[in-house]
Design a protein around this ligand. Sequence first.
Ligand SMILES: *[C@@H]1O[C@H](CO)[C@@H](O)[C@H](O)[C@H]1NC(C)=O
Ligand SMILES: *[C@@H]1O[C@H](CO)[C@@H](O)[C@H](O)[C@H]1NC(C)=O
Length: 367
Amino acid sequence: MAEKRARDPEPGPSPSVLFLHPDLGVGGAERLVLDAALALQARGCSVKLWTAHYDPGHCFADSRGLQVSACIPVLKLARRRKKILFYCHFPDLLLTRRDSFLKRLYRAPIDWIEEYTTGMADCILVNSQFTAAIFKETFKSLSHIEPDVLYPSLNVTSFDSTAPEKLDDLVPEGKKFLFLSINRYERKKNLTLALEALVKLRGRLTSQDWDKVHLIMAGGYDERVLENVDHYQELKKMVQQSDLAQCVTFLRSFSDKQKISLLHGCTCVLYTPSHEHFGIVPLEAMYMQCPVIAVNSGGPLESITHGVTGFLCEPDPVHFSEAMEKFIHEPSLKATMGLAGRARVKAKFSSEAFTEQLYQYVTKLLV
Ligand SMILES: *[C@@H]1O[C@H](CO)[C@@H](O)[C@H](O)[C@H]1NC(C)=O
Ligand SMILES: *[C@@H]1O[C@H](CO)[C@@H](O)[C@H](O)[C@H]1NC(C)=O
């Protein structure tokens, strides 16, 4: 949540921006807020960060260079003339399950926006067109507000600085076409779609080509989470029953280095969830020059360009297997789509693109 002083009718040389964020810990949302703050500071904005919880011993090191005060004087703000920019990161649960407790929890800030934004040139940002649509549907009282989209960015530092390893440990010898699924072991991620597509692919290939195909199912796995444990067993059983044991490797949890090596070495990523709000995996894959076959709904519609950086398909095994087959009969596709993918991430989803867009939204508030 950022706030902008509207002293001048024209954008001033040094806009002053105040970020309000409830808790400045070490999670992904905090990283994003902090990156945004540092980025605006680098663009010449005078930046302050207000938070209800800040522990200098437990925060990102670079936050200490900003002035952080541990309070949120929200009501005081409302009495002075400000421009307010909200960047909404609603939890998945709230938007998909419309959980009533979560909705109540979010009621307070939403009421606050409703009360104070009328008549002000405020701006609400969300992380995809898809989230914007759900936002409007969920918070009907805010239907007069048109959320703008500010895509999350991919911090490529670790991708650039990690040398990919050989995949000998994970992939049997002689496998030339390596498909990779990366997702938590959760049913809503529809991992079975990848396995069913592999079965269909088998039916489309000569046995010679089929022998060179392998699928790696890599995913976050926590043995304390019952769904992870159960679902892993279900998938393993499915592999046995479909006679796929020779061509599927399960990888439960993985290091960053393994992920980068897999993305570097595989032919194509299979991204199976429907209605994903954004989905960072397709960005990671594209940055590593790896094409993505994804379901044609949700965030991937915005991150992937169909036919250029990958394929967007109906969530059914036949369409997925048709797309997979293209990479086998047209081996140059991986390289051309891979290059296009990297270029797309750099242009639209880089830290620089994020900073530039946020800066534009901030300066737009001044006009
Ligand atoms: C990206 O991540 C690295 C290491 O985690 C961090 O040092 C750097 O500041 C980040 N870059 C941006 C632009 O957020
Ligand atoms: C999951 O994949 C199956 C095919 O494996 C498909 O029938 C189903 O519609 C998909 N689920 C969703 C929510 O897309």
